[in-house]
Design a protein around this ligand. Sequence first.
Ligand code: DHK
Length: 148
Amino acid sequence: MASFLVLNGPNLNLLGQRQPDIYGSTTLDQIEAQCLDHGARLGHDVVCVQSNHEGALIDAIHQARGVHAGCVLNAGAYTHTSIGLMDAIAATELPVVELHLSNIHAREPFRHKSYIASVAIGQICGFGPRGYLLALDALVGNLRDRGG
Ligand code: DHK
């Protein structure tokens, strides 16, 4: 049994109330519960963390090293700005699936650039909350590919 981290960044604590036309009506609590259930179905542990602070997200990635077999990361707006988060993923070599509820490539041009993409094993976007479950499936497959 492995453990996976589901890490959510700024403003994702407001899911359910925040621009539901873009981000849907599912709350973060509900998404996290779905991730825990899905992890259990797959035979793995899932730990969920959310922070609005860039440094706290970087700390969470550092602390994941040697603890979690991979991470589903929705870095929110830090996706488009944070060299610090990118460097943390590169430094720890933590397998990360970049996740977005919305299709960032169909939105404003400033959302098309992702600093996470170059250090992630892959990106899932546009599938709403289901994307988190797809990302967990991808991490389990990645773990298997690594012989885990
Ligand atoms: C969430 C955010 O908060 C935005 O800043 C990103 C992402 C998109 C999402 O779709 O989950 O641009």
